[in-house]
Design a protein around this ligand. Sequence first.
Ligand SMILES: Nc1ncnc2c1ncn2[C@@H]1O[C@H](COP(=O)(O)OP(=O)(O)OP(=O)(O)O)[C@@H](O)[C@H]1O
Ligand SMILES: [Mg+2]
Length: 219
Amino acid sequence: MNKLNMKPNTTTGVLITFCGIDGCGKTTMMNRLINYLGRGSNVYVTKQPTNSVRTSDIFRTYMDSPDHDAYDYRSLSLLAASDRIQHGSKVIEPKMDKGKIVLSDRYFYSCLANLRARGYENDKWIYEIAESVVKPDVAFFFDAPVETAIKRVRSRDAEKNRYIDIGLQHRLRDEYIQICHSNGGIIVPTVITEEQSFNIVKTEVRRGLQKYENKRTAI
Ligand SMILES: Nc1ncnc2c1ncn2[C@@H]1O[C@H](COP(=O)(O)OP(=O)(O)OP(=O)(O)O)[C@@H](O)[C@H]1O
Ligand SMILES: [Mg+2]
């Protein structure tokens, strides 16, 4: 797997991202971090892809139905990549320029994992697009066995009967682990207690924020 050549963070802000398969614990860990950091004006919370992609016909077809024949997955991937570029340069980076700590529920890595998990392992354009995306200061990849993660998703009232492609979730889990290893991310297992997982998150965030303090005082 090629390393993504993302652009370095040259701002006084810090970017922390949360990725992994559905139900792995991203939102739970992000909410705990928000409580830990405090809801002060220095923290900006966001998610990818934005609602404009989530509500699109092609995204909904892939999420909600086993029949995607009318669509080429790369067109969804490009739509999501376009959304991430726009969101990165017009939302995330301006906040970072103001010195904020930005927390993003999912990030560009999810785009790569999904593309590769669908068999597009040799497409180079995704790597080229990644060069326009800021590299996170701390990139978390939460990890749980697929069966555990699916049970968690199914325990939500609204998603009891949601369509889930189980084979795809297995491929995605593998891709996330490989992407994490190739790009200097942090794997956080979530088959331990929330408290134990969050202790790992806290340690890594403290380290990331220390670098950020050094950067701010150097200016
Ligand atoms: N160690 C752990 N870390 C995180 N979540 C855990 C852990 N142990 C149990 N859980 C439970 O797993 C569930 C994870 O759900 P959560 O909504 O955070 O996942 P998600 O990755 O955001 O899912 P989605 O991709 O659907 O948005 C929660 O109900 C949480 O209480
Ligand atoms: Mg979530």
